[in-house]
Design a protein. Sequence first.
Length: 191
Amino acid sequence: MDVRTGADGRARCAWVGEDLEYARYHDEEWGVALHGDRALFEKLSLEGFQAGLSWITILRKRPRFREVFAGFEPDAVAAFGPDDVERLMGDPGIIRNRAKIEATISNARLVLELEPGELDALMWSFAPASHRRPSTFAEVPATTPASDAMSRALRKRGFRFVGPTTMYALMQSAGMVDDHVDGCWRTEVSG
């Protein structure tokens, strides 16, 4: 089953299940165009933390992530040092993975090397000109040539935790591609 009708009568992509926070995320964020260096840095960071975990885990921890990572303001995160890494490693409200924490700080420093708006332009330059909406989840790829290219471009600049699968998930969540399946109510509003 690729679509599931919730208690509110709306047919949604089946991955939402019955979780109200997942339903809100699906309805209001997933597949909606997201722009801005700060917003995309946050998305890049959270997708990196999600690697190997479920997105609902990250979504539930997102408020705490925002709090301890200074709202994902790149200049603030870039200023984090070893004491901040230890502080974050001790915080049970986030994913305590040293490599991911250090990558987020390093990635913030790389964002600061870019001109304002350059991260947004760079990431959106990989959004395909056209994208065929999947009829079923079996048609949703884990990676695409575009996510492979985005991953390579970011890695070339020194970004970490930006593999092709992670970048495709970012493309989906940031609205660079629309993978709401046939029958989902979002297909009616997103065309």
